[in-house]
Design a protein around this ligand. Sequence first.
Ligand code: 4AD
Ligand code: MG
Length: 479
Amino acid sequence: MRTKIKALLSKPEIGHNVTVKGWVRSFRNDRFIAINDGSTIKNIQAVIDFEQSDEQLLKRITIGASVAVNGELIASMGKGQSVEIKAESVTILGDADPEEVKLTILSPKKHSLEKLREEAHLRPRTNTFGAIFRIRHAMIFAVHRFFNERGFLNIHTPIITGSDAEGAGEMFRVTTLDPAAPPKNDAGEVDFKQDFFAKETNLTVSGQLEGELAALALSDIYTFGPTFRAENSNTSRHLAEFWMIEPEMAFYELADNMDLAEEFLKYLAGYALEHCADDLEFLKQRGIDEDSKKPQAERNEMDLMERLRFVIENDFQRVSYTEAIEILRNSKPNKKKKFKYLIEEWGADLQSEHERFLVEKHFKRPVILFDYPKNIKAFYMRQNEDGKTVGAMDVLFPGIGEIIGGSQREERHDKLLERIKEMDIHEEDLWWYLTTRKFGTVPHSGFGLGFERLMLFVTGMGNIRDVIPFPRTPGSAEF
Ligand code: 4AD
Ligand code: MG
């Protein structure tokens, strides 16, 4: 019976005979094997009696090889571990040729994150990525637990759809037509009636619109699915394929929506602190090491755990867009033309540099901006009395900028239709969405949390490509 290393170390039963299976991380002095099986960041050390061991076998204990070790669990004399295995048998399950391993990221030296990305097929074997993917799992689990505890139903919304939920047109097409010779109609245009779905379809950019249909029957729902955006943003915060959590709540107004968003983020930070201590400790140290190479001004004032605690312990600052614009317009970086995009007038869209200024320099805490100009937001947001703004809210986080985007939805049929027309959106594509505003419409709200943005915050990593196992970005879809 194999025991996972995490279980072995959390409740060590000295004197018991145990079997572990995993991958060799190091082999010192023909005697000490460090084995990792991914269940924890910690290795277990197996000590072999090399005088009694077959020389052929010793040669095959190399970095990256997989092994099964059986022996007695004993208290360790060495430093760095409290227990170790006194190996009675070592079996090589899979060899790893040292000459070939040497050329990969498995070789024991410091590799850049860029290099690790190129070898995303092997990076789960590293401490950093093992930690990240364990935390990623914990956060997925925490998301479901949070909503389950509050009576929200998880809804699967379609991945292939005919609608553009955000109205931004940044969609990946889904078609089975031959790109070289698509069928044409009489007008000479591509005839999508002959396509698989007999219409134009794309990968979803958001499950929100279908989520709203569910909320308008089931009250509180959430989605947690993949979303796809063909925006050509080559930044450390954008992916072409990312995961989004979208709760949608009937009878919620904007302030209720903000309350839920804040509670949700605090819960997730707390869950990580409670359940991912070893991995966070490792990443915290990693962050401190990285910071020490940077100029003072770019270093984090708080370490990873302090940042997580800070979010839990402080109320998020709620500020209207209009107030924020005034703050930004009068800010030092704006006056000294340090912003790449200067804030000149009301109505300007905020860039991540502005969001981060508000959070990191001005308020020094997470910020919820609300009541944005309607012209920079999606068609479905509830129109305010002023005729200029909509009930939108974005949650802004240190180091990241926008982590959540949401709004109260326009529940008034005529107002919604008017906006759809104003924005030149195909009304006939949204007939089903409009119908819910005719049959027992109610105020409702929701938001979307970008799961990888959350992961950036919880792990302290700087690039979104490093918090998802296989990132998809412009020009890159390897693996
Ligand atoms: O602000 P967005 O575009 O809002 C929506 O999609 C709404 N339908 C959500 C809702 O109200 N139900 O996206 C929501 C969040 C952003 O705040 C950001 O965290 C993340 O999704 N996001 C991305 N994450 C990674 N890569 C991208 N290209 C992202 N675009 C948005
Ligand atoms: Mg947004």
